[in-house]
Write a protein that binds this ligand. Structure first.
Ligand code: MG
Length: 420
């Protein structure tokens, strides 16, 4: 089998409400790039990548000289062609490689009648558990959804998500307001769900000292782990010596050199593996195997997926023996999806591994066209800007936090879901 063509389509997917984080916000939508490869056997493979627009589409098209004629089954050759660890020093194609590898694994699975996880050794679970992903949200003026700032409002969001989807782990995205506000909100979550695991992730917003102070203030709760309160391998290593909670990262260990240093320094306990940031399913799984060797836990990271990327997360989660914590997903915040059959369903806090060959999801071409049009209508948004504070930049550490008393209405006139 040989690749004969590839194409990329940027789409915009509305969220139920804008999601706030320590560096800015998702402005009521995600922008993603859907990648398709075609083969001489008439089979098509699907991939997905974060971001989009002309530069992303051009970057995918620019890989044609590397990929036309390539056999999708040759995964290791693909890695060296696109993501050569020496050559990629200058071209940083890790995420492009991931999107292409997903599509190759999808089409190779379809040819052989096996699932993507079978290329990783097969599934050891058919249901992947997920944590709720709770955000401070701006209130969407069209839907009235969102607008959570206070402990009561965040607990209400968590209860709503648990009732709708069955989550038994709860993750708070902190770092928007001052650390003591997060402590108050997180302790309210712990009190509301005393039997469930909880986890706090302020996206590296705090200094090491502030992280230690917050860690001590939440140490008595039923913490899954304390995720990236501060930045850097050395910062996280210092934190770990002073706080009696397992620590976790998805930011400072995203390649094998960092993983080796992390293990040698005994810097962090749990590594959240992202199928895109690590450069594909095989790389993320390989990292999981290294962690297993050192009896360290893996988890599955979410970088804002639609159904194709979610499928890669399910196949990774199915094949990782040391998935000792419920996976992360932004997925329940999406209003819709581009895959046939609509959004995948949560049952008892988990999502079933797809049964079909390859990634096990198919593209709904009407939805692809609809959300490609929405991207053309609304354009991109700056992930690292806050629409409620247009002159604000994250200056870290010890930043100028948002004011909870300022309200949580999304400013009018900011393109978010529809232009109407
Ligand atoms: Mg994180």
């Amino acid at each position: 089998m040989k690749i004969t063509d590839l194409r990329a389509t940027t789409v915009t997917m509305p969220l139920e409400a804008p999601l706030r984080h320590s560096n800015g916000a998702h402005w009521g939508r995600f922008v993603r790039t859907i990648v398709e490869i075609e083969t001489d056997e008439g089979l098509t493979g699907l991939g997905e990548m974060g971001g989009g627009g002309q530069s992303a589409e051009a970057a995918i098209a620019g890989l044609k000289p590397y990929l036309l004629g390539h056999d999708p089954l040759q995964f290791e050759q693909l890695r060296w062609k696109i993501m050569n660890p020496v050559g990629s020093l200058y071209n940083n194609r890790t995420q492009l490689h991931a999107a292409i590898e997903f599509a190759c694994m999808d089409v190779a699975g379809k040819k052989l009648g096996i699932r993507a996880c079978d290329f990783l050794g097969g599934a050891i679970r058919e249901e992947i558990p997920f944590a709720s992903y709770i955000f401070y949200r701006y209130r969407d003026p069209d839907t009235g959804l969102g607008g959570e700032t206070t402990p009561d409002e965040i607990v209400a969001q968590a209860r709503d998500l648990a009732a709708r989807y069955g989550f038994r782990s709860h993750k708070l995205k902190g770092g928007v307001f001052a650390p003591d506000h997060d402590v108050e909100v997180f302790r309210a979550l712990g009190a509301a769900f005393p039997k469930d695991g909880i986890r706090l992730d302020p996206n590296s917003a705090w200094s090491v000292e502030e992280s230690i102070r917050v860690g001590k203030a939440i140490e008595d709760l039923n913490n899954d782990y304390f995720e990236d309160p501060c930045w850097g391998l050395e910062g996280m290593r210092r934190l770990r010596r002073s706080v009696n909670i397992p620590t976790a990262t998805n930011t400072v260990v995203i390649n094998f050199e960092q993983l080796a240093a992390c293990i040698r320094l005994e810097a962090i306990d749990v590594i959240l593996l992202d199928t895109t940031f690590w450069g594909g399913l095989r790389q993320a799984h390989k990292a999981g195997q290294v962690l297993e060797t050192f009896q360290m836990s893996a988890c599955v990271h979410s970088s804002g997926e639609l159904g194709i990327q979610l499928a890669t997360m399910l196949h990774l989660g199915a094949a990782l023996p040391n998935l000792n914590f419920a996976a992360d997903a932004h997925y329940h915040h999406l209003a819709d999806d581009v895959i046939k059959g609509g959004k995948m369903q949560y049952v008892d806090g988990g999502i079933a591994l797809p049964k079909g060959p390859g990634l096990g999801v198919e593209l709904d071409r009407d939805k692809l066209a609809e959300y490609a049009e929405l991207y053309r209508e609304l354009g991109g948004y700056a992930y690292d800007r806050d629409p409620g504070r247009p002159d604000w930049y994250a200056v870290m550490p010890e930043r100028n936090y948002a004011d909870p008393a300022a309200g949580a209405d999304m400013p009018l006139g900011v393109p978010r879901r529809r232009s109407n």
